[in-house]
Design a binder for this molecule. Structure first.
Ligand SMILES: Cc1cc2nc3c(=O)[nH]c(=O)nc-3n(C[C@H](O)[C@H](O)[C@H](O)COP(=O)(O)O)c2cc1C
Length: 181
């Protein structure tokens, strides 16, 4: 089955490690015939959630009109949502956190976005898998709350500089994951 995949990245490094995994994932997904729409949150304007709870009342997902309102319709339509980001301070980078926080708009407005698949691609400098818990656990719990199924994760530790991912099997894992979507 051909699926609509939306990919949301969080790194500001276009030549970085999570982008390399993202590119490998997308290449393999498109080869399988899936349709991929990509948003690089760090190159967009997405602020945080204002908790005003006026979501979808203006016709758009968020009353504070920024690039989240472009990403939101793509999420609603998607069969698969892919989050790709590095670990920043044991947590989710600010660049993508606004997108994740504003998934709240679907809950507030009672939009049924259940039944999607979710994928996580992440990496960190330290050679310790638990460093990625600060990204992995919020994504897994958010997916569970939204009734999305985690279809796979690529978690790569020990990568600091752009290009370090090539010393790992991260891109291979990301491509293999896309092949099984
Ligand atoms: C602001 C900032 C905070 C970071 N915090 C952590 C951290 O808490 N733990 C860690 O292992 N690596 C940390 N790193 C390293 C990145 O996770 C690592 O370099 C990663 O490979 C970057 O991915 P990218 O090339 O896709 O941007 C941090 C990097 C930056 C720029």
């Amino acid at each position: 089955m051909r699926k609509k995949i939306v990919v949301i990245t969080g790194s500001p490094r276009k030549n970085g490690n999570s982008f390399a995994m993202t590119d490998a994932f997308i290449k393999a997904a498109e080869k399988k015939g899936h349709t991929v729409t990509r948003f690089d949150a760090a190159m967009k304007h997405v602020g945080g959630c204002h908790a005003c709870e006026t979501c979808f009342k203006t016709g758009k997902a968020c009353s504070f009109d920024d690039d989240f309102n472009v990403i939101a319709p793509a999420i609603m339509e998607a069969d698969v949502v892919v989050f790709s980001m590095p670990v920043y301070w044991y947590s989710i980078p600010a660049q993508i956190k606004g997108v994740i926080d504003r998934l709240f708009s679907f809950c507030v407005a009672g939009k049924d976005i259940s039944g999607k698949e979710c994928v996580l691609l992440t990496c960190c400098e330290e050679d310790d898998m638990s460093v990625m818990d600060g990204v992995r656990i919020p994504i897994e719990r958010s997916a569970a709350l939204l009734k999305w199924k985690m279809s796979g994760e690529v978690l790569i530790s020990g990568v600091l500089n752009a290009g370090d991912i090539e010393k790992t099997d991260g891109c291979k894992q990301a491509a293999a994951l896309a092949e099984n979507i």
